[in-house]
Design a binder for this molecule. Structure first.
Ligand SMILES: NC(=O)C1=CN([C@@H]2O[C@H](COP(=O)(O)OP(=O)(O)OC[C@H]3O[C@@H](n4cnc5c(N)ncnc54)[C@H](OP(=O)(O)O)[C@@H]3O)[C@@H](O)[C@H]2O)C=CC1
Ligand SMILES: CC(C)(CO)C(=O)C(=O)O
Length: 342
C-alpha cells in the first residue's frame, strides 16, 4: 500500500513516522520548514518511554506535484480550517480507489472532503493523544489513547489497516459510531480554548479549580446538546463523560485524589489551539465550541459559556486581546459564580 500523509505537522509527522516504523511505503507532504527539520530522520517517543528512529519517510516539499500520482491511502492531517483547501490541493494524489482519512478534531469538517470527493471512501479518524516536536525532528506523544479509524460496516476491511498501524508507540483501533466518539472527544477539546487563553500547560490548568469550573460549565452545555440529540457518549477517560463536570468541580484536595489519572500527562503538554494562537494563526474554535453553539441554538438550549469563550478566542485572533488570562478573569467574562453561569 502506498500511503501519503498530506499536511504533515505534529499529528501527520507522528503518524507518518509510525507508518515508516511499521515498514510501510509512506510519503509526507510537508511545508519546506518541516522538510528541513526532518530530513536527518524523524525520531518518535512517547510518555511511556517507547522510542523509534531515526525513520526516513519520503519527504515531499513545495514541489511535490512534480511526480505526484494517486496513492492507496491518503491521510489528511491539516487543521479543520485548512481542510477544504488541502483536499483540493491533494487532487493529483487521489484516484478512484484512494481511501481518504480525515484526522481532525471537532465535528463536521470531513463533510467538506466528502462533498469534493463524493465517489471516494472518506473516513473519519479520532486522534485522542497529544504530540509535540520536543526538538527538531523529535516527535513526542505526550498522552494516552488509541488512534480510532471509522469502520463503515461489519464487513469492513478496516481491521487490516488497524493491524498494520497498531503498535506500542501508537495504539490503534476502529469504531462504527464515530459521531458519538467525535462528540466525546469534543467534550475534552472544549478545554483547548481555556488552555490557549490561560497560556499554561494542560496539567497546570487542570490543577487549578478556577479553570476546572469553566471547563465544567462548557461541558454542561455540550452534555445538554448530546442528551437532546440522544447521543450516548463513549467513555474516553476513566471518568464517564456525564460525570466529568461533577469531578472537575471538586475542590483541589479531592480532585487530586479522585482524578489522579487525568493528571497523568507530561507537564509541558499544551493543546493544539494554544500552538495556533501562539503562532498568530486562526484557531479551530468554529469546529469545537462553535459546533456546540450551532447545535444548542438549533435545539433552543443555553450555550452562553461557549459563546463567551468563542468571542474571547476571536478577540485573540484579531489581536485585540492577549493570552495569559487568569481563571478569575475568565470567570468574570463568563459571569460564573459557584461553578455555574448566571
Ligand atoms: N497537535 C496535537 O497534539 C493534536 C492535534 N489534533 C488535531 O489534529 C489535526 C492536525 O493538527 P496538528 O497536527 O497539530 O496540525 P499542524 O498545524 O501541526 O499540522 C498541519 C500541517 O499541514 C500544513 N498544511 C496546511 N495546509 C497545507 C496544504 N494545503 N499543503 C501542504 N501543507 C499544508 C500546515 O502548514 P502551515 O501551518 O504552514 O499552514 C502544517 O504544517 C487538527 O484538527 C488538530 O486539532 C488532535 C489531537 C492532538
Ligand atoms: C489531545 C488534546 C485533547 C490535548 O492535547 C487535543 O486534542 C488537542 O490538543 O487538540
Amino acid at each position: 500500500m502506498q500511503h501519503v500523509v498530506f499536511g504533515a505537522g505534529l499529528i501527520g509527522g507522528y503518524l507518518g513516522g509510525v507508518l515508516a516504523h511499521r515498514s510501510q511505503s509512506v510519503s509526507l507532504v510537508v511545508r519546506d520548514s518541516a522538510r528541513e527539520r526532518w530530513q536527518q530522520g524523524v525520531r518518535l517517543s512517547d510518555y511511556q518511554g517507547h522510542q523509534a528512529g531515526p525513520l526516513y519517510p519520503r519527504l515531499l516539499g513545495s514541489n511535490w506535484r512534480a511526480d505526484a500520482k494517486p496513492c492507496d491511502v491518503l491521510w489528511l492531517t491539516v487543521k479543520c480550517t485548512q481542510l477544504a483547501q488541502a483536499a483540493m490541493d491533494a487532487q493529483p494524489l487521489i484516484g478512484p480507489q484512494t481511501k481518504i482519512f480525515c484526522c481532525q478534531n471537532g465535528v463536521g469538517s470531513e463533510s467538506l472532503v466528502k462533498a469534493i470527493y463524493p465517489h471516494n471512501q472518506v473516513r473519519r479518524v479520532i486522534v485522542p493523544f497529544n504530540v509535540v516536536e520536543s526538538a527538531p525532528g523529535c516527535l513526542h506523544r505526550g498522552s494516552e489513547g488509541q488512534l480510532t479509524l471509522e469502520c463503515l460496516s461489519e464487513k469492513d476491511e478496516i481491521g487490516e489497516l488497524v493491524t498494520l498501524l497498531d503498535c506500542a508507540l501508537m495504539p490503534a483501533g476502529s469504531a462504527e459510531d464515530m459521531l458519538a466518539l467525535q462528540w466525546a472527544k469534543l467534550q475534552l477539546n472544549l478545554g483547548n480554548a481555556v488552555n490557549a487563553l490561560a497560556d499554561i500547560p494542560v496539567k497546570s490548568m487542570l490543577e487549578e479549580q478556577g479553570y476546572r469550573l469553566i471547563l465544567a460549565a462548557l461541558m454542561d452545555e455540550l452534555l445538554s446538546v448530546c442528551k437532546a440529540r440522544q447521543l450516548r457518549l463513549p467513555k474516553l477517560t476513566k471518568v464517564p463523560a456525564r460525570w466529568l463536570p461533577f469531578v472537575l468541580r471538586l475542590p483541589n484536595w479531592l480532585f487530586l485524589r479522585v482524578a489522579s489519572a487525568m493528571l497523568e500527562i507530561d507537564p509541558g503538554v499544551r493543546t493544539s489551539m494554544w500552538w495556533d494562537l501562539k503562532q498568530g494563526k486562526d484557531s479551530e474554535i468554529a469546529y469545537l465550541n462553535g459546533a456546540v453553539i450551532e447545535q444548542a441554538l438549533s435545539l433552543g438550549l443555553d450555550c452562553k459559556v461557549n459563546q463567551v469563550i468563542v468571542m474571547l478566542v476571536h478577540q485573540v485572533e484579531q489581536g485585540k486581546l492577549k493570552i495569559g488570562m487568569s481563571a478569575q478573569q475568565l470567570q468574570e467574562c463568563i459571569g460564573l459564580k459557584g461553578g455555574r453561569s448566571h
